[in-house]
Structures are given as C-alpha cells and as structure tokens.
Write a protein that binds this ligand. Structure first.
Ligand SMILES: Nc1ncnc2c1ncn2[C@@H]1O[C@H](COP(=O)(O)OP(=O)(O)OP(=O)(O)O)[C@@H](O)[C@H]1O
Ligand SMILES: CC(C)(CO)[C@@H](O)C(=O)[O-]
Ligand code: BAL
Length: 303
C-alpha cells in the first residue's frame, strides 16, 4: 500500500495524534525507523519488523547535515525519493516523514545532545562530532514522533550503543530494538554507500566480511584482543585497495578495551569486533557481535 507522505513536523504530529486517538489495530503502538534514505533490504527489514510489531509504522528519510564532517559525502549522498516511497510501501510503512533541512533546523540551534564514553573510540574517533549530530537529530525525531519502539540496524553497532545510552540517561520512553545486519549473498553488508564502489572496489570490499568470518576460529585458537586485531589487519591487507581506518575488539555495549591480555575465549563478555575500511573514497563499516557470556558454554557466538 502507498504510504502517506508528510513533509512538516506539524502535519506528522497531527497524523500520529489522530492514529493514537483512534487506537486501532496492533495495540495502538507506534514503531519508528529513522534513516537517511536510498533504501535497501537492510532498511526494509527494519520496516517489516516494525510493521509486524506495531499498529503504525513511521519512516523518516533525512540526510542529516550535522552528522557529516567537513570533506565527507554530504553533497553526494545518494537520493531517490520515488524509489524509497515504493520500497517503504512494500515494507509496511504507513507514514513517510521527509522534512527539509530548514524544517528540522530552522533558525539558530544552540542545543546539542552529547553522549560521552561510548563515543570516544571507533567511528567517534574517526568522525569527530558525528555522534553529536546523530544523537541530536535522533532526540529531535523521538520528540517529534514519540514512538513506542524504534528500530536500528546493528551494522551501525556503535550507533545502537549510543542511542541506548542516550535513551537510558535521559529517560526517553522508547524501546530501542536492535536488528541483525542484512548482507548481500556474497557477504557484503548492505549500505547505501555501496553504490559508490567501482567493480574492483566492490570485489575487494568483501575483505570486511571475509575477515569477520574468521574471528570465531581465531578466538577458538586462543587469540587475545591484540592478536585478533593483528590477524584482522593482515587479512584485510590482502586486498590491495583496502585502507584500514580501524580494526578493533571492544566490550559491548560499553565499547571499552578488553582488560588484560587473556585469550578472549576465557573472558565471559560480549565483544564487538568492528571494522572501518576505505576503498578509494568510500568508507565502509562492518562488525561481528560475539556473546561469550553463556555460563558453562565454551564458546557461544551471537549470530
Ligand atoms: N545492512 C543493514 N542491515 C540492517 N540494518 C541496516 C543495514 N544498513 C543500514 N541499516 C540500518 O538502517 C538505518 C538507517 O541507516 P542509513 O540510512 O544510514 O543506511 P546505511 O545503508 O547504513 O547508509 P550509510 O551507507 O550511510 O551508512 C540504521 O539503523 C542502520 O543501522
Ligand atoms: C539514525 C540516523 C537516521 C540519524 O540521522 C542515521 O545515523 C542513520 O541512518 O543511521
Ligand atoms: N548509518 C550511519 C550514518 C552515517 O554514516 O552518517
């Protein structure tokens, strides 16, 4: 079904209030999927889940300028509104919120939401200010939509950790639902930015998922965090076009360095193995979440 297109905050509030006062199917809950558009099957999986779990599903499409750094790809970020609306409808979306930059940031803005600690490393270190931009726009969108549940992909695992901290710390009444990474058949994590890759870069971009697929055997062999990081780097470097931004192992969801140099398999922790790699001008991220906390289990990997 074709979703309703809404371009202003006032109209979105009216539509959602109308839905809430009618309280119809699905227990009357509102599910929310924030995106920057150019939708793919990863986004569609979040929308379908929201549609299955809520009476109303709201999708936002907004390329948020304040989360891009100088020299990043804000101006060339891919856009296709017509196709996005079609995919949104096929995935069970009821309302598509498509605000302009002016609608979101009219006038002077002197308030920024900053989440500390979990933003110190990984993409927070490589993209200074990025998570301030993400937390600020997501807080604004949460206040506009006031969803019961919000759906985020674990491809951006640090973003999930940041949003979870923000909602806990600021008592935002929303349930954050982390969703699994959707991949191409050959393993590449879906990302809107994959369209930037030329055929050689696309082929070599498999270095990320290939390296991550070896993490379980390396941990089973007894690697500690620094040995695992070195192996990841070696594996990725086999792809000549790969320029590694980071390859790291951190605890999840605190995103802290694992203590000591013990083999990871001896630590009852959940670990995030996270990669960011450039191919030409395209920066890709991917990760693996490993749950080694099961009591009595030797190794228990989260899928
Ligand atoms: N492959 C994927 N599997 C599951 N969720 C995904 C995937 N790719 C993106 N998402 C999720 O979709 C939401 C919107 O992300 P966004 O619009 O930035 O898409 P993207 O493909 O990650 O784009 P980019 O290339 O800019 O990183 C986020 O919660 C993100 O984690
Ligand atoms: C959450 C988000 C829509 C905020 O702009 C963005 O960071 C994204 O698409 O992951
Ligand atoms: N999915 C993360 C959005 C960004 O890279 O800015």
């Amino acid at each position: 079904m074709k979703p309703k297109i809404v371009r202003t905050i006032a109209q979105l509030r009216r539509e959602i209030a109308e839905y809430r006062s009618a309280r119809t199917a699905g227990g009357g809950t509102v599910g929310f999927v924030p995106t920057m558009g150019y939708l793919h099957e990863g986004h569609a999986s979040l929308l379908r889940r929201s549609a299955a779990e809520n009476g109303l599903t709201v999708l936002s499409i907004f390329v948020n300028p304040i989360q891009f750094g100088a020299g990043e790809d804000l101006d060339k970020y891919p856009r296709d509104e017509e196709r996005d609306i079609r995919i949104a409808g096929e995935s069970g979306t009821d309302l598509v919120f498509l605000p302009t930059v002016d609608e979101m940031y009219a006038g002077r803005r002197v308030t920024t939401v900053t989440v500390s600690e979990v933003t110190d490393g990984l993409c927070g270190a490589s993209r200074p200010g990025h998570f301030d931009g993400v937390a600020t726009v997501v807080m604004k969108l949460f206040n506009i939509v006031q969803p019961d549940r919000a759906y985020f992909g674990l491809k951006d695992a640090q973003q999930v950790a940041v949003i979870e901290r923000m909602t806990q710390d600021l008592n935002v009444p929303v349930e954050i639902v982390p969703c699994p990474i959707v991949r191409e058949k050959d393993g590449l994590a879906l990302s809107s930015r994959n369209v930037y890759l030329n055929p050689q870069e696309r082929e070599q971009a498999l270095a990320l998922s290939r390296a991550l697929s070896k993490v379980e055997p390396w941990i089973a062999e007894g690697c500690n965090a620094s040995e695992l990081t070195a192996k990841l780097r070696q594996e990725i470097a086999l792809s000549a076009l790969a320029d590694i931004d980071y390859a790291e192992v951190v605890t999840y969801p605190d995103l802290a360095a694992p203590e000591g140099s013990l083999p990871l398999r001896q630590m009852r922790e959940t670990f995030l193995v996270a990669l960011a790699v450039r191919f030409g001008r395209t920066r890709l991220i991917d990760n693996r979440l490993l749950n080694l906390t099961e009591a009595g289990a030797d190794l228990c990997f989260a899928k």
